[in-house]
Write a protein that binds this ligand. Structure first.
Ligand code: ADP
Length: 158
């Protein structure tokens, strides 16, 4: 059985992340969305809140699970039996970053990184941009994040 891990901060989940999850769910038997703690980024939602939000959004995808990740990515993958890491690429900056991380991970363990290109309409969506327009009171966050995330953002930012 092919198991893939899609790790990320998801602070919050955007339509760009969701597209990657949906496409990965068609490529692999099982996909685990791993919510990590990115210490260099100030988080708006706790890992538990993110798991709840993402689980609601992916409820219609039977082969997708959402969980909090701990430890090194490759150690966590070994615990859940995942051989594939899925990441999304929006631009050349993402590519440079992902290539370096993929190199480290493949040196550490027998894992394969699969990079999925962002759809053109999602290329400019980032969690930080969504937080920024949300805090400016913009009501068109729905273009960039699923409805439940819009509601959670409104509540958190008010
Ligand atoms: P991290 O802090 O691990 O980069 P993010 O939540 O920012 O976590 O991103 C997780 C993954 O999703 C990364 O591979 C990132 O490139 C990808 N990603 C982020 N935004 C988009 C988007 N709009 N379209 C496609 N992939 C995206």
């Amino acid at each position: 059985m092919s198991i893939a891990l899609f790790p990320g901060s998801f602070d919050p989940l955007t339509k760009g992340h969701l597209d990657i999850i949906q496409r990965a769910s068609q490529l692999f038997d099982h996909v685990v969305v791993g919510v990590g703690h990115n210490t260099s980024k100030q988080a708006l939602f706790t890992p538990e809140e993110k798991v709840d939000l993402i689980s609601t959004v992916v409820a219609d995808l039977p082969n997708v699970d959402v969980t909090i990740m701990h430890g090194l990515t490759v150690q966590f993958m070994s615990e859940i039996g995942a051989k594939f890491i899925v990441r999304g690429l929006r631009n050349s900056k993402d590519f440079e970053y992902e290539r370096d991380i993929a190199g480290v991970n493949s040196a550490l363990a027998d894992v394969e990184t699969i990079l999925l290109l962002a759809k053109p309409e999602n290329q400019n969506i980032s969690s930080s941009m969504v937080k920024e327009i949300g805090s400016m009171g913009a009501d068109n966050m729905a273009k960039f994040v699923p409805k439940v995330v819009v509601d959670a953002l409104k509540e958190r930012l008010n």
